[in-house]
Design a protein around this ligand. Structure first.
Ligand code: FAD
Length: 562
């Protein structure tokens, strides 16, 4: 058993039974904490004492950490957020600063950061500023060099851990203009607390009570030894780190969806006749959507180890799919519960409403979801250029290699963040394989399903017309191309088609795949595919999943507790 697998088991035990109302990690405690704005100190202390922090410090730093791959980070974020999404930022926000130091930090910087974290402190990443939108190039915070010191002044917007963080990783302007005018600095707040005062906490619609606020930086002094990376490398480092940070918000959407599915399944299946067939249909669709999110998120986490050069697109797609499909899942679950879903005093509805609001906030904790799509769309022309038609032999090799990399039975090797670029400069393998995927799938699958093969043909045709459409748009207009944002969303779904098909093959088949592909290719939520068998298969798989292994809500006692 790996160290992280061992820790994840310990974490599951610590989190305990979510339906034991008095337990500190129960759903009932989460709902109460949300109402009172409790800052979850009791829970944070228990998690720190269980060794949580060691799991987010890279093992290769040799500073006491045990983090080896991002699959474990995704799983920790999902587990915490599945209980109470507010725990995720409290325990995991420092991953932003950790990633930046993994990319460009000195040994001394990594040591001091590790010592702070292991002593129970956190470190904030303060990049955004009020009023500039996501155009970081317009940031105003300045760092002026005076001998061996920089003096920093400015204001940062919505900083996670603004009150509690021991240190701030701040982006500030060191040059005249353009993307190379910004640098990163690690400001230790302890000796100069007055120079980094937080504003009152931001009132959020979800994750109420979490420590997020603006911070005024007023004559903060940083020794040159605490500049991270070279002068002018700030924006590049932030964008490279952003791909890792996205996994936190993805985990904070996956966890709530999983818990909400389990709770709703528990409720519906104890209704008369085990629920109305349309309730089953809604839950089965939500389960297929969850499996799509899960498949794409896991692939992204694995790419940070297997193919870091392709990680930026993988993370951007996973964020988009998580954002789009988690909203859909909650809509379906609320519809299945009916009027009860809007009763604030109903225990299940109260939890669902909190999880939904928290998941919505999670979408904005890192990069704005539309900006994420815009950046994905901006990469499409260069991906198209690099999309040389693969020789059949090469395509066969890539087909086999990707299955091995996505297979849960292949251990995930160590992450290689130093090789993660800002953008995919070396093409994108999952969509490279779309042409011809239907034939390869048909040959490789043990059970033939014409619906899957037809869906893969459909995806290939849509991919060709998406690339043509992008080429036309580029020829039409230079500069801002707002419509391209929608192309990013379509690209994400087609990427997910390839990812889910290859993951299903890697797992030796998946009865849910036809339904997942149908949902990925459906134009709207009421699309009619003429295939009742899809949802029935999904309903049975959902029932199996809810009854299998880690059965937290299956038995009678727990049905009663809900
Ligand atoms: C709970 C929470 C925690 C946060 N923690 C931190 C933190 O720790 N550190 C930190 O630095 N920041 C943090 N933030 C800020 C967060 O990163 C913001 O999402 C970011 O500042 C962008 O602001 P915005 O979402 O308002 O997007 P804006 O950039 O203002 O975009 C608004 C809209 O404009 C359009 N738009 C703008 N630019 C583009 C584009 N390029 N392409 C396409 N459409 C575009 C889109 O329609 C978009 O939805 C946090 C935010 C929240 C809510």
């Amino acid at each position: 058993m790996t160290t992280s697998a061992f820790y994840l088991d310990r974490l599951r035990t610590l989190l305990g039974d979510p339906l034991d109302d008095d337990h500190p990690f129960s759903f009932a405690t989460a709902v109460k904490a949300d109402l009172t704005g409790d800052s979850l100190d009791l829970q944070a202390t228990a998690l720190v004492e269980s060794g949580f922090i060691r799991q987010i410090i890279p093992a290769h730093w040799k500073t006491g950490g045990e983090l080896v791959d991002l699959e474990a980070v995704l799983e920790m974020a999902r587990l915490l957020a599945g209980r109470n999404p507010s725990l995720m930022p409290r325990l995991m926000y420092s991953i932003g600063a950790i990633t930046v130091l993994d990319l460009a930090g000195t040994e001394a910087q990594r040591k001091i950061l590790s010592d702070w974290l292991l002593a129970g402190h956190s470190v904030a990443l303060a990049v955004n500023e009020p009023g500039i939108r996501s155009d970081l190039i317009n940031n105003q915070t300045k760092a002026e060099r005076q001998g061996d010191w920089y003096v920093i002044n400015g204001r940062k917007w919505l900083v996670g851990q603004a009150e509690k963080a021991r240190a701030l990783m701040v982006m500030a302007k060191t040059g005249a203009g353009g993307p190379a005018a910004f640098s990163l600095f690690l400001i230790d707040r302890q000796p100069q607390w007055e120079s980094t005062l937080p504003h009152p906490r931001a009132e959020l619609s979800g994750m109420r009570g979490i420590d997020v606020a603006d911070v005024d930086i007023d004559v903060a002094c940083v020794n040159v030894a605490n500049r991270v990376g070279g002068e002018g490398e700030g924006i590049e480092l932030v964008f490279r780190a952003e791909s890792v940070i996205k996994l936190l918000s993805i985990g904070a959407m996956l966890g709530p969806c999983e818990s909400a599915l389990r709770l709703t399944y528990g409720e519906i299946s104890k209704q008369a006749n085990g629920g109305h067939p349309h309730q089953h249909f809604l839950l089965a669709g939500a389960y297929a959507d969850y499996r799509i999110m899960d498949s794409v998120a896991k692939a992204a986490a694995r790419f940070a180890s297997f193919r870091p050069q392709h990680f930026p697109v993988a993370a951007a797609v996973a964020k988009q799919i998580a954002q789009e499909f988690s909203s859909r899942i909650f809509t379906s679950l609320m519809a299945a519960l009916g009027a009860r879903s809007v009763l604030a005093q109903e225990p299940v509805s109260a939890i669902l409403q909190k999880l939904r609001r928290d998941g919505e906030v999670a979408q904005y904790m890192d990069i704005n979801p539309q900006v994420n799509l815009g950046m994905l769309a901006n990469q499409l022309p260069s991906l198209t250029k690099r999309r040389t038609k693969l020789e059949p032999g090469l395509a066969d090799a890539l087909f086999a290699q990707l299955q091995a990399e996505l297979s849960p039975s292949s251990p995930c090797p160590a992450m290689v963040l130093a090789k993660v670029p800002m953008l995919n400069r070396a093409g994108e393998p999952l969509t490279d394989l779309l042409p011809g995927l239907a034939e390869r799938f048909a040959k490789a699958a043990s059970e033939q399903d014409s619906a899957v093969v037809d869906a893969l043909h459909e995806a290939e045709a849509r991919f060709a017309s998406l690339e043509e459409g992008m080429a036309e748009l580029l020829a039409l207009r230079q500069g801002e191309r707002p419509e391209a944002v929608n192309a990013g969303a379509q690209f994400a779904r087609l990427y997910a088609v390839s990812c889910c098909a290859l993951s299903a093959l890697a797992e030796g088949g998946d009865a849910l795949l036809p339904f997942m592909l149908q949902r990925l290719l459906a134009g709207d939520r009421y699309a009619f595919g003429g295939e009742d068998r899809f949802y029935q298969a999904a309903w049975h798989r959902l029932a199996e999943a809810m009854g299998a292994g880690e059965d937290v809500y299956g038995d009678e006692r727990r049905h009663a507790a809900v």
